[in-house]
Write a protein that binds this ligand. Structure first.
Ligand code: MEV
Length: 312
């Protein structure tokens, strides 16, 4: 079997994170300027499955890991989904430019890239839906109760309007989007934040449901603005979405500072994205203001920033 390589992009959620876990709609776009790559190389028959994660400095043999480990779980899930009894000896080399624990889809990119890489190496030609389903099963292990939006946008690599347990609706953007992503440098694990929001929902369902319903309406309005290319409208709705997330305790002073800095520097709108409590702020900007907004967000305390273009 010849070596095989596959990759998957990052993502950002423009509208509806957290509410999407409870059945409300959300909108996400792929970030193709960052990605995870996995190369699969065959090993000799008497060798084992070897994993090299370049970014994490990991050099592991799968047989030596506990079954609960994410690599073991991913391989087991892929093996079962492809109805195989065993996987051949191989080396997986993983490298990524997607920051981890930053809300930009690194775990979804892992789930999609490893499924693509191993199935491709073994000669399977999976349909996108099949690949997405396997990736979702792997995501469940990493996230607990994911809505499925992350693996779906990463798998299809297109802007999506998404509701849990339904096929994605592919959005046709009226105008391209210029985004500035500002990393707060504060790690945040989505799984933990989702558990915390569940606790809040159990304690005060009325309040949280009210925020979710508001976010759902914002997302539906945003869908129309995105389709007709009403950039100012999208920006205003991003700010409203940020305020709802803040009310639920998902923002931080630094995230608010980054949102405000982006607006003062000319962004149409900005909000925290993904799990919250750290990670990234996404700003929608006029193309000629992208550098000014990026600079302002760095001055407001971002650890790093990047510009990402979402084509129509
Ligand atoms: C994480 O990118 C988005 C959340 O809504 C979780 C999920 O949808 O699985 C916070």
């Amino acid at each position: 079997m010849p070596a095989f390589s596959a990759s998957a992009p990052g993502k950002t959620i423009l509208f509806g994170e957290h509410a999407v876990v409870y059945g409300y709609p959300a909108i996400a776009v792929p970030l193709t300027n960052i990605s995870m790559k996995i190369i699969v190389q065959p090993l000799l028959d008497n060798e084992k499955i070897h994993i090299v994660n370049v970014n994490l400095g990991e050099n592991l043999f799968i047989e030596e890991l506990e079954a609960e480990n994410i690599y073991s779980y991913a391989l087991e899930t892929i093996m079962q989904s492809l109805k195989l009894n065993r996987l051949p000896p191989m080396q997986l080399t993983i490298s990524s430019t997607i920051p981890v624990a930053a809300g930009l889809g690194s775990s979804a990119a892992f789930a999609v890239a490893i499924t693509r890489a191993i199935s491709g190496f073994l000669g399977f030609k999976l349909k996108a839906e099949e690949l997405n389903q396997i990736a979702y099963a792997i995501e469940k292990k990493q996230h607990g109760t994911p809505s499925g939006i992350d693996n779906t946008v990463v798998c299809y690599q297109k802007p999506i309007y998404f509701k849990k347990n339904l096929p994605p609706f592919f959005l046709k953007l009226g105008k391209p989007l210029t985004l500035v992503l500002a990393n707060s440098g504060i790690d945040s694990l989505t799984k933990e934040v989702v558990i915390d929001i569940k606790k809040k929902h159990d304690d005060d369902p009325l309040f949280i449901d009210h925020q979710f319903a508001r976010i759902g309406n914002i997302t539906d309005e945003a869908k129309i603005c995105l389709e007709v290319g009403k950039l100012q409208g999208i920006g205003k709705l991003m700010l409203e979405n940020h305020r709802c997330l803040k009310k639920m305790g998902l923002s931080l002073e630094l995230l608010d500072d980054l949102v405000n800095a982006a607006i003062e520097a000319g962004a149409y709108g900005a909000k925290l994205c993904g799990g919250g409590r750290g990670g990234n702020v996404v700003a929608l900007v006029p193309p000629d203001k992208s550098q000014a907004v990026l600079q302002a967000m760095l001055e407001a305390g971002a650890a790093s920033c990047m510009v990402s273009l979402i084509k129509c």
